[in-house]
Design a binder for this molecule. Structure first.
Ligand code: IPE
Ligand code: IPE
Ligand code: MG
Length: 246
């Protein structure tokens, strides 16, 4: 079915508010075609553009994608370097179109270990889109769920030490306000491409009650049709949040 017809099938009342994607399998996809891993990353960017367009068309509230983990620095220098260039190029090429689509871009993660150029691109793209009211599009880069939670704990510990709050004031809501996703809804649907069944340190707090969708499709081959299929599948899930059926 064509994407436009599929889009019409989506019942807006059953749509996840926040979808998160672990964009995995770029390297394996390229290798299977006899290409270098870098070709897989380039192809992954093309897929990401299509997925973001779909989210915009669906008026999704929030979309978060995992682009680079705190553990991905372990990869060979040439691959990390390639990913950094790709990231920089993506920001430069896409920011005006994102802005035109009313996308509100945010970065999750540490970012201070990125090059000064990338840090300034992140800042200018975020600044450009800060008043937009469309899809909240989060790119998790140099992001780790554990790192995010530790940074939040450090911020709270400093507030307790300075007397601004007391330890007993710390509730889940107060904690959430220190996370990189502050102000955004929890993740309803977590999609992982690439065939592995793990979280790999992504959004550990925010996925507490997320529905999980794992697919063998490698990210470069993940289509808007399969993305919409995952959303339709989500619409059939019975979410209980610890309660009882019905
Ligand atoms: C995901 O694809 C992209 C990043 C982690 C940057 P991979 O690069 O992990 O590709 P595979 O999983 O090795 O195939
Ligand atoms: C998760 O993929 C990180 C991103 C998609 C950015 P990895 O390829 O790094 O995860 P593992 O190593 O297979 O768990
Ligand atoms: Mg991988």
């Amino acid at each position: 079915m064509a994407t436009d017809d599929l889009l019409k099938k989506v019942d807006k009342s059953k749509m996840p508010r926040h979808v998160a994607i672990i964009m995995d399998g770029n390297g394996r996809c390229a290798n299977a075609l006899g290409l270098l891993r870098s070709a897989g990353h380039t192809a992954g960017v093309k897929t990401l553009k299509k997925i973001l367009t779909t989210a915009v068309n669906l008026k999704m509230e929030a979309l978060t994608v995992y682009a680079f983990s705190t553990e991905n620095w372990k990869r060979p220098f040439a691959e990390v370097d390639f990913l950094m260039h790709l990231f920089s190029e993506y920001l430069e090429k896409e920011k005006l179109e994102m802005h035109a689509n009313n996308v509100r871009l945010r970065f999750l993660g540490r970012t201070e270990d990125f090059s000064p150029l990338i840090q300034s691109q992140i800042q200018s793209a975020t600044e450009l889109m800060k008043n937009n009211t469309g899809v909240k599009f989060n790119i998790a880069a140099d992001y780790g769920g554990q790192d995010e939670i530790v940074r939040a704990a450090q911020k709270l510990a400093r507030k307790v030490a300075s007397g601004e709050i007391s330890a007993d004031d710390i509730t889940p809501n107060v904690f959430e306000d220190e996370l990189d996703t502050v102000g955004q809804p929890p993740v309803d649907l977590l999609i992982r491409t690439g065939g592995d069944f793990r979280i790999s340190n992504f959004l550990l707090w925010q996925t507490a009650y997320a529905e999980l969708y794992f697919t063998k499709t490698n990210f470069p081959e993940f289509t808007p049709e399969e993305f919409i299929g995952a959303l339709l599948d989500f619409g059939k899930r019975d979410r209980r949040f610890g309660g009882i059926v019905g």
